[in-house]
Design a protein around this ligand. Sequence first.
Ligand SMILES: [Zn+2]
Length: 382
Amino acid sequence: MEHVKAMIARLVAHDTVSSKSNLGLIEDVRAYLADHGIESHLVPNEDGAKANLYATIGPNVAGGIILSGHTDVVPVDDQDWSTNPFEVVEKDNRLYGRGTCDMKGFCAIALALVPEMLAANLKRPIHIALSYDEELGCLGAPFMIKEMAAKLPRIDAVIVGEPTDMQVAEMHKGVYASTIHVRGLEAHSSQTHLGVSATRYAAKIINFINDLHDELLANPYPGLPLSPNHSTLNVGKVNGGIADNIVARDCIFTYDYRVLPQEDHASIVGRIDALIGELEAEMKAKHKDCSITQKVVWTPGFAAPEDDEAKSLAMRVAGKNQTIGVPYGTEAGQFQNDGGFSTIVCGPGSIDQAHKPDEFIELSQVELGTQFVRDLIIHQSK
Ligand SMILES: [Zn+2]
């Protein structure tokens, strides 16, 4: 256990908040793996400030298992921490620190067990895959997944080690996150006929989104292990206008669409986009400089098929005869869709502690997670 705890502390000590580079951590991991004779493959982002890393332990043959985790963590700004978030503190059978639970704990377990993997005489490989920018909408992993799918022999299972309390999670919603910028035309508020109000047009779109949400409410899928068991739409942020007596030039708002994996997001998004198109045309007819622009991040949902190899493997190894759904998004849908890999979500720690001040992982969860990876090593050695 001590070497696992030491590895958690080592990873947490790298401040890899998503807005910063993760290269310090990646280079540290690369050096650690090189010390054990393992070559790392880096898949950097466009400007080279961040990178994914994957590495193969054991023979590079078909039947591998990918242990997947993200290296970035959420910010600690404006959070009231009792300890330094980037220094692991052990207290009351817990390890405190940013990322202990989400999800450097799992990454560290995989890395700390590399010597055991090497000693185990693996018949089939274990691949470790570490991504960047997961917390920004799973932006980094797809580049690595594409390369792994192209270069690695057949993969049997991907374990995404997000915190599930070591339960086997076979389902989560997709997340379609859009930021919409309505650009109108300023005028004195007594001269509304000379302006084009951005807040007025934004409000039309927001009303439409809220009505669509009520339509989704009426379409639940009973029996799904997800709460709520329907898709949702939420306008989370609105920012528009600068003064009482000015027709607003700009209004920027966001909406977040959580999509059941059983549903296609294109139909709802298509209806919103159609309205946006109509309203933009109407605005432009009043003044050519008016516009409505969108920035979208789409993270696909995830549902394991009925007879799924990763699911049955994880259930066997974790000793579970039931699966759960989780309320958050992960890279699992990307491994499944982009890579064509059989994928499951299962990892130590509770999502209740993620993203919060004084984030921690129970040592009992670290032990269960370690046992889980040890059992996967045995599985790959037979
Ligand atoms: Zn996470």
